[in-house]
Ligand binder design. Structure first.
Ligand code: FES
Length: 232
């Protein structure tokens, strides 16, 4: 179980995410280039989180990203279905001359960073500085941690450390769609049953209510046209 001062997320059974520890919370907006390839994020609004703060996970709140109690009347199944196994257990490995690339497709949220400069699966096989730099940028930006570099000798994840915070992701160039809640810096997520998911540097939580991999996002927000109304 978590300490009192620690930042962590508790999933409530048919309700919001409870965020403990008052981490920084900021809107992060995906920036796509002229070919609609995702390259980076820019910062948007900041949100102050109480301790705990309740963030909407059903998609129905009129006060997003916060919960306003709308889940009580929302026709949405918030049951958790995600695996508790470590990411690498369900990953395919592509070997490279520097590091290997682990890919666990169940964590994909379809944000498109992995194809910004060629595909990550091709770049990992190249030893050149430019390819390796682009590859690191892709894995670092991948919101849900579908792709991660692993040490080819030890098999350990070599994810770039990120600041600890909660990010409200928007993808306005993709039909004005809002995206997941991105957790960075290694924030523990505890299921409604009390069991913890693997703590990772990058995780993406569903906030539209449509994911088939709850509490994690699976990109369904694009299919349902989720719009949190925060982009005006
Ligand atoms: S936010 Fe619900 S599937 Fe992505």
């Amino acid at each position: 179980m978590s300490d009192d001062n620690k930042v962590y997320v508790k999933v409530s059974e048919h309700g919001p995410y409870l965020i403990y520890g008052s981490p920084p919370c900021i809107q992060r907006i995906i920036e796509r280039d002229g070919d609609e390839r995702s390259r980076t994020y820019r910062d948007g609004k900041e949100f102050e989180l109480s301790d705990p703060a309740a963030l909407c996970r059903c998609g129905a709140s009129q006060n997003k990203p916060f919960c306003d109690g709308s889940h009580k009347n929302a026709d949405v199944d918030l049951k958790e279905t995600a695996s508790f196994e470590p990411m690498l257990d369900g990953a395919e490995i592509t070997a490279g001359p520097v590091d290997d690339l682990a890919d666990n497709e169940s964590l994909c949220i379809h944000a498109g960073f992995c194809s910004a400069d060629g595909s990550a699966w091709n770049l990992v096989t190249e030893a050149g500085d430019e390819a390796q730099l682009n590859l690191r940028s892709m894995t670092n930006h991948c919101p849900g941690g579908r792709i991660v570099l692993v040490d080819s000798e030890t098999g350990a994840e070599v994810d770039q450390p990120l600041d600890l915070r909660v990010e409200i992701v928007e993808d306005p160039q993709a039909d004005h769609t809002s995206s997941a809640i991105r957790l960075t810096g290694g924030i523990e997520v505890i299921s409604a049953s009390g069991r913890s998911y693997q703590v990772r540097e990058r995780e993406a939580l569903c906030r539209c209510g449509a994911s088939s991999n709850k509490p994690f996002c699976d990109g369904s927000h694009y299919e349902v046209g989720f719009d949190d109304g925060l982009m005006g």
